[in-house]
Ligand binder design. Structure first.
Ligand code: FES
Ligand code: FES
Length: 192
C-alpha cells in the first residue's frame, strides 16, 4: 500500500468519523428521534396522564410494556402478565383495564391514566391517602393496581356493602392478604 493511498484512506475514515460524531451529537440531543426505526414498528399516539405521547411500537407490544418499558412509567406493575392478578390495572378513557391484556396499538388516541397521574406524595388522591391511613398494603406490589381499580370502582354501579365491594375488587389479587385493610380504605372513601 503506497503512502498516498494510506493518507487517502485516513482522509475518508476521518471524514466519516467527523460525520459520525455530528450524528452522535444529534442523537444525544434527542435519543428517541435518533433511535433506529425497528422493522415492522408502528406509530402510536396516546394521551398519558394528560400529556400527549408519540412513540413507535412493535405491534405485539402490550399497553403494559409500552408504559413500563417505553415510557418508563413503572408504577404500573407486571404480576402474572395473563389477566389474572390486576397488578397492571390502569384507566383507559376513565375505565379500569388490565393493561397486560391489550395491545398498545389498540389504544390510538386513548386517554390513559396510570398511578403516576393520580396524585403525588405531597398531594395524594383521596384513595391513596386512605390506603396509607389504613395500612392497606404490605409489600406494595399489588397496590397501584388496587388503587387504580378502587378509584374506577367509585364510578361503577356497585353497591356499598362489604360483599359487593369485595366482589367488584376480586380481579385484584393481594398475595400479602391485605384485603381487610384495602376494604376499609375503600369504604372510607365511599363514606367521605
Ligand atoms: Fe395484568 Fe396480572 S399483570 S393481570
Ligand atoms: Fe403485597 Fe398486596 S401488598 S401483594
Amino acid at each position: 500500500m503506497s503512502r498516498r493511498s494510506v493518507l487517502q484512506a485516513i482522509g475518508v475514515s476521518g471524514t466519516a468519523a467527523a460525520l459520525g460524531s455530528g450524528l452522535a451529537a444529534e442523537a444525544a440531543a434527542d435519543p428517541r428521534d435518533a433511535a433506529p426505526i425497528e422493522p415492522g414498528s408502528q406509530p402510536l399516539k396516546l394521551v398519558i396522564n394528560g400529556k400527549q405521547q408519540t412513540l413507535r411500537v412493535d405491534p405485539r407490544t402490550t399497553l403494559l410494556d409500552a408504559l413500563r418499558e417505553r415510557l418508563h412509567l413503572t408504577g404500573t406493575k407486571k404480576g402474572c402478565d395473563h389477566g389474572q392478578c390486576g397488578a397492571c390495572t390502569v384507566h383507559v378513557n376513565g375505565r379500569r383495564v388490565n393493561s397486560c391484556l391489550s395491545f398498545a396499538l389498540m389504544h390510538e388516541g386513548d386517554e390513559i391514566t396510570t398511578i403516576e397521574g393520580l396524585g403525588t406524595p405531597v398531594e395524594m388522591h383521596p384513595m391513596q391517602a386512605a390506603f396509607v391511613e389504613h395500612d392497606a398494603y404490605q409489600c406494595g406490589y399489588c397496590t397501584s393496581g388496587q388503587i387504580m381499580s378502587a378509584v374506577a370502582l367509585a364510578k361503577e354501579p356497585c353497591g356499598g356493602s362489604d360483599a359487593e365491594i369485595k366482589e367488584a375488587m376480586s380481579g385484584n389479587i393481594c398475595r400479602c392478604g391485605a384485603y381487610s385493610n384495602i376494604l376499609a380504605a375503600i369504604q372510607q372513601t365511599r363514606k367521605a
